[in-house]
Design a protein around this ligand. Structure first.
Ligand SMILES: Nc1ncnc2c1ncn2[C@@H]1O[C@H](COP(=O)(O)OP(=O)(O)OP(=O)(O)O)[C@@H](O)[C@H]1O
Ligand SMILES: [Mg+2]
Length: 368
């Protein structure tokens, strides 16, 4: 079997104020003509791996090959075979969409006439015909993403690297982009894409790996990953932390992984959602626990991550503690408002806010 991309024991440590081991021995292979998903939470090393594979960054050790060519020894050749749409678009704000595409083509040593035609073709393929002659600084986020992908395709690369291609896109644009990627692969292109969305990998990728803190913690097909995890997540919200703890113990029998209890929320991954819901409700009822919410949903990458590592990603924890702080602040705000509403003056709310030294707008600002 021939491989479009091979990574063998890639290691990269960033030294600076703080030493970061971004890649701690990452290996994977991507079959030609397939989509490969590189999944992982923030900071797990996805972009670093992409930068090594696309010759932007030298690894400390290990080897990487694209279509059999070593990326450190045959950099120029590799660059002529690949396209890259980075996490942060590498385009010129002041040029129009069309001019950006032409510039990329010229940098790839393509003939002006070939490039002009290719630019027109790509603008139409990515629904950018109307916007094509406007400067990029007038584009929306989604339009930028599409132009960035178009730019990566100007030279008709055999191997395409897409770093979080659909982050920030609305569902329609995301779907359009998925279709474009599928067409490219039908035409023989090999694609490596990084993503935070399991459903994206599920729809597109033939195989994938999950990175965590610079290491591969799981690999296989999306089906294998999900089968491992359980098909559905049962999410139960309770009134108190104590009830959540008891609910966690009661629901442990339903899934193959331990339920995750965070605050008043309990999550458990199960194979048969409907069965688990019935059994779960029955045992809660017997224990006289009344849930506030009771939901079945598809597993997210975060569930996969928790199931694989037994812990939440660092960023997720940070986000949660930020959300907790915001909630606490919010609660304080609504206490203040309640107090204000009970003051016996028509200007009560305002007076009370002044007395409490807060102003509505600055406090909501803090929470965003
Ligand atoms: N140039 C750099 N200098 C120092 N540290 C870096 C550099 N680039 C990345 N890192 C660190 O290496 C780790 C991996 O970063 P990387 O960008 O590869 O993660 P990622 O998986 O792409 O994350 P995200 O989902 O947020 O894009 C992080 O801790 C990051 O802070
Ligand atoms: Mg990244």
């Amino acid at each position: 079997m021939s491989y479009a991309i091979e990574a063998e024991d890639l290691r990269k440590t960033f030294t600076g104020k703080r030493e970061v081991k971004a890649l701690k021995g990452v290996s994977f292979r991507v079959e030609e003509g397939t989509v490969f998903g590189l999944l992982g939470p923030n900071g797990s090393g996805k972009t670093t791996a992409v930068r090594v594979l696309t010759t932007i960054l030298k690894p400390d050790s290990g080897t990487a090959r694209v279509l059999g060519h070593d990326v450190t020894k045959k950099g120029a050749l590799v660059r002529s075979l690949i396209g890259l749409a980075g996490q942060y678009a590498a385009v010129d704000e002041n040029l129009t969409g069309r001019e950006n595409l032409v510039m990329v083509g010229r940098l790839n040593h393509l003939d002006r006439s070939v490039v002009t035609q290719r630019a027109t073709e790509l603008l139409s393929q990515f629904n950018l015909v109307d916007a094509g002659d406007r400067p990029l600084k007038t584009y929306s986020g989604g339009m930028r993403r599409r132009l960035d992908l178009a730019a990566a395709l100007v030279a008709r690369p055999t191997v395409l690297f897409l770093d979080e291609p659909t982050t920030g896109l609305d569902p329609q644009s995301r779907n359009d982009l998925w279709e474009v990627i599928e067409q490219l692969v039908e035409g023989g292109t090999s694609v490596l894409l990084t993503t935070q969305y399991l459903e994206e990998a599920d729809r597109l990728a033939k195989t994938l790996v999950v990175l965590d803190q610079g290491r591969v913690i799981a690999e296989g097909t999306p089906g294998e990953l999900k089968a491992n995890l359980g098909a559905t997540v049962l999410e139960v919200g309770l009134n108190t932390v104590d009830e959540a703890g008891r609910t966690g113990q009661l629901l442990a029998a339903l899934g193959s992984h331990q339920p995750v209890v965070s605050g008043t929320l309990v999550e458990v991954t199960v194979d048969d959602g409907a069965q688990a819901a019935m059994a779960g409700l029955r045992s809660l009822d017997e224990a006289r626990i009344r849930p506030v919410t009771f939901t079945l949903r598809e597993p997210s990458l975060d569930d996969v991550f928790i199931a694989l590592t037994g812990h939440k990603s660092e960023e997720e924890k940070e986000a949660e503690s930020a959300a907790d702080n915001a909630r606490r602040k919010n609660r304080r705000r609504s206490d203040e408002r309640e107090l204000a509403e009970h003051l016996p003056f028509s200007e009560g709310p305002q007076l009370a806010e002044e007395a409490l030294g807060g102003s509505g707008s600055s406090s909501t600002g803090d929470n965003q």
